[in-house]
Each structure stands twice: as C-alpha cells, then as structure tokens.
Ligand binder design. Sequence first.
Ligand code: 6GU
Length: 366
Amino acid sequence: MRIDIVTLFPEMFAGPFDASIVARARASGAVEVALHDPRAYTTDRHHVVDDYAYGGGPGMVMKPEPLFDCVDAVQAMDQPPGRVVLLTPQGRMLTHAVVRELAAEPRLVVICGHYEGVDERVRSALADDEISIGDYVLSGGEPAAIVLVDAAVRHQPGVLGSQASLEEESHAQGLLEYPQYTRPAEYRGLAVPEVLLSGDHAAVARWRRRQSIERTAARRPDLLARAALTAAERWLLAAAAGASREVSLAEVTVTTPDLERSVMFYAAILGDAGDRLSADRHEFRLQPLVLAIIRSKPERPPAVEADADDERMTFAVDDARAAQVRVRAAGALWVERRVHRRAGARSFFARDPDGNVLCFAEEEPP
Ligand code: 6GU
C-alpha cells in the first residue's frame, strides 16, 4: 500500500518511521510512505499557509489553496488516486474496524490539520474521510498520522511474523487480549498461572478466552456489547455480575387497533384510569410492572384466535368470583363460565376485546 502524508512538519516523522515494524515494512516494500509539504505548493513570496478566520476569533486557519494544490499534485504522482483522509479531532474515531478498512485501501493521502483548523472547503470538497484518534486535542495531525500508519502497516500481508498475531491481538475479536507470560516461571515470588505450564492446549485456550472476557468486562464494558460472545459466555458474565437475580419483568404490552376500547376494558378491570402517554400509548402502572396499551398499525392483522394454552397475561385478584363479575362487566369478549380450582388457587380465563387470553387467579394461600 502507498501512504502519502501532507504535512507542514515532515521532520516530525523521521524517528517513528525509521524504527521497528514500520521501518521493516517500508524496507520490504509492504508499504511505501511519502511526505509532502503544502508550503512547497504556495505561490506567494512568503509561502503563507494560514490566515485569519473570517468572522473573527482566535487562532489561524489553514488556507485551502496550498492543500488542494498539494493533494492534486500528490494524486498525479501515482495510480490509483488515494482515498483522502483529513486528520481532525472532529473525525470518526480510529477503531480496529476503521484501521482494517483504511489498511485495505491500495493508497491513502493523509492530510495533517493544524492551527485552529483547516478551511471548511478542504473538509467538504477535498477530503473523502475524516479521522480522529481520540477525544482530546493535539496541536496537529502529525502524531495521529504516525498512529494511523503504524496501525495500518500491521495489516499489510507479510509485515507481522504470523497472521495469527494479528487475529489474537487486543480488539481483533472485540475483546482485550489475555495476559501474557514468558520465562522465568516464577519471578520475585510471582508465579505464572499453572495452566500455561500444563501443556494442555485446550485448557490454555479456555483460560485465555475467559481472561479476555473477564478483562474486557472489568476494563472496557463498552466493548462487550459488540463482542462476539456465545450465549453461554454472555450468560456466565451476567450471572457473575449478579444480573440474573436483579432482572425482573418490567412491562407487558397489549397491542390493539382500537386503543379506546382496550383502555376502557383494562381501566374497568384494574379500577384505575391509567395515564395517556401519547396518542398511541396508554399505561397502567401496576408496581413494579407497567401494562402498556399500544395502538397497532392498521395494516397489522388483528389478534389471532387463541386458546388457553397461548401466551397469556395473569392477573392476581383477591376474589376470583368478584373479579369474574367485573371482567364480564368490563366488556370481555368471552369469560369462562366457572371459576376453577387449579393448583390450589381459584382462577378463570377471559379474553380482552382484541381476543388476548387473560387469566385471573387468586394468590395461592400461604
Ligand atoms: Cl487527528 N488531530 C488533532 N489535531 N487532534 C486530535 C486528533 C487529530 N485526534 C484526536 N485529537
């Protein structure tokens, strides 16, 4: 891949690009990096690259002409034209996924912003992409360009010793990397975990996976939501956090094409007017549960014919016989004729005006 960097300070790149993996990648031809100074593309006697902001305000703004002319000249140096990336704290965040995307380009032209910013026309008419390396402000885009080149170079074929290192690293699976140890097996009283010395490759893999997940949960819970975890791994994490005991049902919804009819029915049953939250939503707060009645889209088919084995809502009542009278009076479509004794408690079934099956049950005697 070829990376052209447009910078007012090419000298800032001397060290970082001449050591370690980036230097090796350049030497092997896996990546070609070239530096271009927009000051060389100015046409005035003083080679001015910045100017005051229209409308006033502190700080200088990078002028558009040297950047446009520089990028045009750089694009003409080679084929294909590169994707033009403006480095700015206003860009999209450079993440593992964004690095992979940029590293897959045959060519990038990277513009390092400076001063208080660059003329908006550079952003709107010259740059194809805007990238930031974090939520803080650098005095210029150069350190960000060094970061971007380093991260992109690792993805070029042949640059890392093995493809496996790339796949095992932090963030590759959306997780942080597991802890690494090398010899000695004990140092200053600190022992290497037994499993790593066991020679049991499957056990090592399980331990590493678990460490990755636990470490990510502890340090970067924000990453977990998008990490590729199995259902079992998610369940274990939730259980470890005590979540399974803290989760309770918060809301039951009934959808209906006739909101008013449904609200009147439930208001009569519950002896509570409820609250109209919006034109299409009415709520009954049942502590801790909310029963939400929601107007369904007209194109939705009406509630299907159902029997008592269907999903149903169960209401707790003090007296099943008294509740049966109220449910009938509220306008239920159908109410069971007899109150049954099921599992020691008295109960009966009914259907609301949309055909939903409801169960009314006395609390089981203690
Ligand atoms: Cl890409 N440039 C500047 N100037 N500041 C930054 C940045 C870039 N990313 C984070 N802060």
